[in-house]
Design a protein around this ligand. Structure first.
Ligand SMILES: C[S@@+](CC[C@H](N)C(=O)[O-])C[C@H]1O[C@@H](n2cnc3c(N)ncnc32)[C@H](O)[C@@H]1O
Length: 618
């Protein structure tokens, strides 16, 4: 073994000894060891600066380790006009569906109006890592579970993937406030490059303030970056009349001259477009009586006017707009109205049904569909036709589709540079399976061109071998890796599987959620009755997966009840949400009987995102 000799000069020796002594004293006194200690002992290797914190992963590892949860269509809604593309609402943790979008981009399935790959514009409004009050009604503080460094890393992982989905001439807007915008700015500089920073937009909103010991906090911060070197799409916007100071009959605007630095007044004649939009957006919060609020009413909902500016400035008609923290669907709704195509998603069922309702209410909306990512319907999976099934199976195992025929034998893809063969359920005649003979045939036919490893993907139950690897006891130069769909995924994710978590009161709707893995939909079992205007849940049983096994949970696993007071027998349109915390000690809530009709539909959602749909009156 070779020993590396590290030369340490006398000064550094003294410094290290002093620090060690200080650290020892701190430990003895039960105090924390100063961060100075780590910095001197392990000085940063790079000469640049960066934000350091515990648990920061490398960009490469984030991209390669994140599991791509393929998106599976659950329900689609036909709209006006055919555009050969379906707008998307995706239910799932965005870290998983973003990775799938990266794969779709690679396959050429995400194209903008000018043919560029990826999405043109991203706007995100993630939960802030703070205790904040989003409830107007009961003034309860909203508890965010992710704190400090943990929150930053949670967001950073998503920003890294968002950059991958963005088109080369696209841009991203990250909506934050004073709590964390300074840290996120540093992270954005690291991920997107300081040179690609375009604006710090201040969204200034007037509101009634109570006097205190600080200036009233009346703005949010939106960080605006482009992907690459000043070639982003940007349509100039001009200040609308309502924001100008006006003289009698004429419109005057006071501006700073960029050359002289002096203030001057500009007369707005009707011919000119006016003054280019500054980086301070003066837009009111949504008025409680506004249609936008009455029809939607989601905590943290942003005004459509804010999104109008962003979407008009940074995208063109027909471009793709993405919001990975969909909430009430403001981005999707505005993109729809402005003729853009869109993708949105959220980890909360309440959000998914709110967005669905909001898009359906737009006249002449285009076709859209709701998809699941990481949470699948097993029966639908079995009814996929061959190519669809193969595509799904390959995305589960991160295989790059690549058709190749070697000595008359067809391969479907490459995994880490090795050949992959996929068998779909339709490839099997009754009672046939993949056996040792199947593998031997492939081995004999193709010989050394197979390489050291080959991957065989097939439905669980279609392998006649119980092992995961086969090389005929070392007789062959090629090892066959046998990947089952879907059950071996259970094994793979048993260790670090984190189920989805749904809100059980208004204040937890905006929590930052981290859910990793893959599961099948298991509707809860619910018994309930409606008497007069009282709905009572008599029994509730949900199923969650813990260490690969399903475990049943009672009423504590109930998240919320969504009600459509006038179900048309076809499309569920949410009228009301009752959170678990709205139920009394007899598990009862009061329905608004004035709104009730002959047909009502109920969706019971458990904390893991499973739902049971039920109607009582036929
Ligand atoms: C501040 S809200 C977005 C509000 C939205 N801009 C609007 O106008 O309605 C943040 C949303 O992020 C969602 N969220 C939290 N963690 C998530 C995750 N890991 N993946 C996807 N969505 C997530 C929350 O459910 C919440 O709806």
């Amino acid at each position: 073994m070779k020993l590396r000799v590290i030369k340490i000069d006398f000064h550094r020796q003294q410094q290290l000894l002093q620090l060690l002594q200080k650290a020892q004293e701190s430990v003895e006194n039960g105090e924390e060891v100063s961060t100075e200690f780590a910095r001197v002992l392990f000085p940063p290797s790079r000469k640049e600066y960066e934000l350091t914190y515990y648990g920061k992963e490398s960009v490469q590892s984030i991209i390669s380790k994140t599991f791509a949860a393929p998106i599976q269509m659950d329900r689609n809604f036909k709209g006006s006009g055919e555009q050969g593309w379906i707008n998307k609402i995706i239910f799932g943790d965005n870290i998983q569906f973003l990775k799938s979008l990266v794969e779709m981009k690679k396959r050429g399935e995400l194209k903008n109006s000018d043919g560029t790959d990826g999405v043109r514009l991203i706007y995100i409004d993630p939960p802030f890592a703070t205790k904040q009050d989003f409830s107007i009604k009961d003034q309860k503080a909203y508890a965010d579970k992710l704190k400090g460094a943990e929150f930053l890393e949670w967001l950073r992982k998503r920003l890294v993937l968002l950059r991958e989905v963005l088109s080369d001439n696209g841009s991203i807007y990250v909506h934050l406030d004073w709590h964390k915008s300074h840290y996120v700015k540093v992270l954005m500089d690291e991920i997107f490059g300081e040179g690609n920073f375009l604006n710090e937009i201040v969204w200034y909103y007037r509101r009634w303030n109570i006097a205190g010991s600080t200036f009233a906090r009346n703005h949010d911060t939106i960080l605006f970056y482009e992907k690459n070197n000043k070639n982003h799409v940007f349509n100039n916007l001009y200040i609308p009349k309502s924001e100008k100071s006006s003289g009698k009959g004429k419109s005057w605007l006071s501006v700073i001259d960029e050359v002289t630095g002096k203030r001057k007044s500009i007369l707005q004649d009707e011919e000119s477009k006016g003054v280019p939009m500054p980086d301070v957006f003066d837009i009111s919060m949504i008025n409680p009586m506004a249609r936008e609020r009455r029809d939607v009413n989601y905590p943290t909902q942003k005004p459509e006017k804010l999104l109008e500016r962003i979407i008009q400035a940074s995208s063109n008609e027909g471009d793709l707009v993405l919001d990975a923290f969909g909430g009430s669907g403001t981005t999707a709704a505005v993109a729809e109205k402005l003729g853009r195509r869109w993708i949105t998603g959220d980890v909360g069922k309440l959000s998914i049904y709110t967005i669905q309702k909001r898009i359906l209410a737009i006249d002449n909306h285009k076709s859209f569909a709701v998809y699941n990512a990481g949470h699948y319907d097993e029966s639908k999976l079995n009814s996929f036709e061959t190519n669809e099934w193969k595509k799904f199976a390959m995305s589960l195992y991160d295989v790059e589709p690549h058709q190749d025929t070697i000595k008359g034998f067809d391969f479907d893809g490459l995994k880490d540079g090795e050949l992959v063969k996929v068998y779909s359920p339709q490839d099997f005649e009754e009672n046939t399976k993949i056996t040792e003979d199947t593998l031997r045939d492939i081995q004999m036919r193709i010989g050394p061109s197979l390489g050291n490893e080959v991957f065989i993907i097939a439905p669980q139950g279609k392998f006649g071998l119980a092992v995961d690897e086969y090389d005929n006891d070392g007789e062959w130069d090629t090892t066959f890796n046998l990947l089952r769909v879907p059950y071996s995924m259970f094994q793979k994710f048993t260790e670090n599987f984190t189920p989805l978590k749904q809100a059980d009161d208004l204040n937890s709707v905006n929590e930052a959620i981290d859910a990793v893995g893959f599961d099948f939909i298991r509707p809860p079992k619910v018994e309930f009755k409606v008497e007069g205007n009282l709905l009572s849940i008599l029994s509730f049983e949900a199923f969650s997966r813990i260490k690969g096994e399903y475990q049943s949970n009672g009423f504590e696993a109930f998240s919320m009840l969504l009600v459509d007071y006038s179900y048309d027998g076809n499309i569920f349109v949410m009228d009301k949400v009752f959170y678990q915390h709205d139920f009394d000690e007899h598990n009862t809530v009061t329905l608004d009987i004035n709104k009730a009709t002959e047909k009502m539909m109920y969706i019971f959602v458990d904390k893991f995102g499973n739902e049971l749909k039920a109607t009582l009156k036929e």
